[in-house]
Design a protein around this ligand. Structure first.
Ligand code: SF4
Length: 99
């Protein structure tokens, strides 16, 4: 979820700021569709709907890179690459099983 690069963003979004200083190649984030949308949709309250965020992700051309990044960095909150934290955990486990 790449619409959160504003240092003044509220928690937990501001916690993500440090991750952007990691030295990773994040050039793909400039194509992140979520940067043009409401970031709150990507961090719903517990039990809240993820539908709107996932709908945006489904249209995003960097979805694969985003998902890989979130899995690689063990991102625990929010929708990344069209998946919730639980879905990413399951996907990661399945991927490990295939390797
Ligand atoms: S896949 Fe979703 S969370 Fe990731 S950059 Fe695209 S819109 Fe944002």
């Amino acid at each position: 979820m790449w619409g959160v690069m504003d240092e003044s963003a509220d928690e937990p979004l501001s916690k993500l700021w440090g991750l952007f200083q990691s030295g990773d190649d994040l050039s793909w984030q400039h194509k992140a569709l979520c940067s043009q949308t409401d970031p709150e949709a990507f961090f719903p309250e517990k039990g809240g709907s993820t539908r709107d965020a996932k709908r945006v992700c489904a249209q995003c051309e960097v979805r694969e890179q985003c998902l890989d990044w979130a899995i690689e960095h063990d991102e625990r909150f929010g929708i990344w690459g069209g998946m919730s934290e639980r879905e990413r955990r399951r996907y990661k486990k399945e991927r490990r099983g295939r390797a």
